[in-house]
Each structure stands twice: as structure tokens, then as C-alpha cells.
Design a protein around this ligand. Structure first.
Ligand SMILES: [Zn+2]
Length: 343
């Protein structure tokens, strides 16, 4: 599982440029599904089984990133954020710009401490004031390397193991969801009905891909697989983010734009209890998932979101626990298996 996660992390993909990870998921999932197609806006739709009930799993394939906005005469690159970024985590980081001649490494430069006055030290540098330095001497050199306005930019970093079952990398949001989805499809040998594994596009810029795919599949239930913040680090008060790393997969009961249906909550609690899987509840005050919008599609498609707790979301150094990932795989596998009797 960790090897596959490493490859998912390494497949550079941001909103609108999901091709790399879509190719990888497609290749990995192929032996375990009956049919694979890509819809008109780029969602990956994998189908297994036939008839009712129809269960749709989703994991978004995009990761937050940046986009080339302007190249100045001295060869410095200004950028536009794609998805939600805290400017504080961008300074002094390495990035890959995906130009026409292949990826180019660049750094977001910052003023050395030697040149900062007291005010500078306490100031947060705005995204608009940042730039990427690829080592080019001028605009012409940047063009010659194959970089143009609109090229996508991803975090340059690698997957590492930390202590015990803990791991770190960029893009766990939502590579962990993609991993859970693939592993659930591998697990599903006997079940009644149809299971769709859908890799959605453009989640980070407004839950875009799930809407059309849920409309066309018209499932009985949607299970979205994603990540959530945890309030178990020194800078957070415990009540600011209820989930804890290592305490199991998380069921979202409320987020910024939706609230769970009581029958759905009972179903998940019941399956977790029967299979002795510890789960946590979460309230996402400032976020949403693909599952948030499907009750507003067609006559209303019931949904739940099962999330893996992850520290430092939307930074180059997210941290998670493989045990939570494994328990999410077990829980979602059992949910799909139980769907034929519970829905
Ligand atoms: Zn996400």
C-alpha cells in the first residue's frame, strides 16, 4: 500500500491537469473492475458488477497547486494559486513547473534575514508579492525552457515514513482517498449490485467533477473518500478540529454547506460496530467534500464522506497514519458490502 501511495504522491496533478494521476489510478484499478471510461470533463469512471443497488465511491484526483501568471523581464515567474493556500507555507519551498519541454524546478524566493528590518520579520508576505526563481536570466530564457502563461505548478517533495505507522508527503489530500478507493475495489470480490469508483476532477476549486458524474451514474448512495484536519497538535485547541490522528476513519456529520442524513449516520455506525472498527465524527466548519453536493443533484442522492485524519492539510508536509488508511479501507469495504441490505 505504501508503494502505491508513493506513486500517487509522485504523479503531478492539480485541478484541471489530472491526467497523470488518472492514468496511474486507471492502470492500478483495471484488474479489479469490469469497465473504465473517462467522461467529457475528465472524471475517471470505473464500474464493477451490475444491477442494484448502485454505490458510487469518489476520491478527487486533483491537489492544490499554482499556475504561471506572468513572467517578468528578469525571468522571475509570478503565479496564481489553484485551490486554498496559506501564504505562510509557500515561502522558500521548491516547486515543479510543468512546461512544454517537461518539468522545471524552481523555488519561491524570500528576503534573507540579513536584509530584513524588525517589521519585515513579523510581516506575512502576500501571495501577490511572491515569485518563483527557476535560475533563468531573463524572459527569453524562461520561454526557451518551455514555460508559458497557464502552465501548472506542483509541490516538489517526496513521500517519507516517519515514526511507526506515521507518514508524510504533500498531496495526501486527496491521494489518501484515491488509495482507499483503489484498495476497496481490490477487496470487493462478493457483493450485490454495481460499484462505481470515480476519480473526480477539480474538487479543490469548487467540487466540480462530482456533480456531472453523480448525475449521469444516478447511484443509490455516494461515499466520498477524502482527508480532514486534526486538532491534536500544540498550536490548536482540541475543540477547533475534533478528529485525532490514529483514532480511525472519520464520518463527517456537518460541513460548511451540508449536514448528514440521520439514516446515513446510523448505517455507518451500525456497520462500524458490527465489524469492530473505531470511527470518529467530525464537523468541518470551513470546508466541504464531494459528498456535500450530491443531495442537491437529480431528486437528491444520499451521501456520506469518510475521511482520513491528516495534519497540516494543504501544505508541502502533510502527516497521516497508515493505520487510519487501512481502517478506512476496511470500513468502506464493509459499507459497500452491506449496501444491498441497508439502502
Ligand atoms: Zn480533499
Amino acid at each position: 500500500m505504501e508503494d502505491l501511495l508513493k506513486r500517487l504522491v509522485d504523479s503531478a496533478s492539480i485541478s484541471g491537469y489530472e491526467k497523470n494521476i488518472r492514468d496511474l489510478i486507471s492502470k492500478e484499478i483495471k484488474p479489479y473492475v469490469d469497465e473504465i471510461k473517462i467522461d467529457k470533463i475528465g472524471n475517471l469512471i470505473c464500474k464493477k458488477g451490475s444491477g442494484s443497488p448502485k454505490v458510487m465511491l469518489t476520491a478527487h484526483m486533483d491537489e492544490v497547486g499554482l499556475m504561471v501568471k506572468y513572467i517578468d523581464d528578469d525571468g522571475f515567474i509570478k503565479f496564481e494559486p489553484v485551490g486554498g493556500w496559506d501564504p505562510k507555507v509557500l515561502l522558500s519551498q521548491k516547486f515543479k513547473i510543468h512546461g512544454t519541454k517537461g518539468p522545471v524546478i524552481g523555488v519561491i524566493g524570500s528576503k534573507p534575514i540579513h536584509l530584513q528590518d524588525r517589521e519585515d520579520v513579523n510581516k506575512v508576505v502576500k501571495l501577490n508579492d511572491m515569485f518563483i526563481d527557476i535560475g533563468a536570466k531573463n524572459k527569453k530564457e524562461v520561454a526557451a525552457i518551455g514555460i508559458r502563461l497557464g502552465d501548472f505548478i506542483t509541490i516538489y517533495g517526496e513521500f517519507n515514513k516517519l515514526n511507526g505507522s506515521r507518514i508524510t508527503a504533500h498531496g495526501f489530500d486527496d491521494r489518501l482517498g484515491c488509495l482507499v478507493m483503489i484498495e476497496v475495489m481490490k477487496n470487493l470480490k462478493k457483493f450485490k449490485g454495481t460499484v462505481y469508483a470515480v476519480g473526480t476532477v477539480k474538487e479543490e476549486i469548487g467540487l466540480v467533477g462530482v456533480r456531472g458524474s453523480a448525475f449521469s451514474i444516478n447511484p443509490d448512495v455516494v461515499i466520498s473518500l477524502d482527508t480532514t484536519t486534526c486538532g491534536d497538535t500544540p498550536e490548536l485547541k482540541p475543540y477547533e478540529a475534533p478528529a485525532r490522528m490514529g483514532l480511525g476513519p472519520v464520518l463527517v456529520v456537518k460541513d460548511a454547506i451540508s449536514i448528514i442524513q440521520s439514516e446515513m449516520k446510523e448505517w455507518v455506525e451500525d456497520v462500524a460496530k458490527k465489524n469492530k472498527i473505531k470511527i470518529q465524527f467530525d464537523i468541518l466548519s470551513g470546508g466541504a467534500t464531494d459528498a456535500s453536493v450530491t443531495p442537491m443533484i437529480r431528486e437528491g442522492i444520499p451521501s456520506i464522506a469518510i475521511l482520513t485524519p491528516s495534519r497540516y492539510l494543504h501544505t508541502p508536509t502533510e502527516v497521516a497514519d497508515m493505520n487510519d488508511v487501512k481502517n478506512a479501507v476496511t470500513l468502506v469495504t464493509e459499507l459497500v458490502k452491506s449496501a444491498s441490505t441497508s439502502i
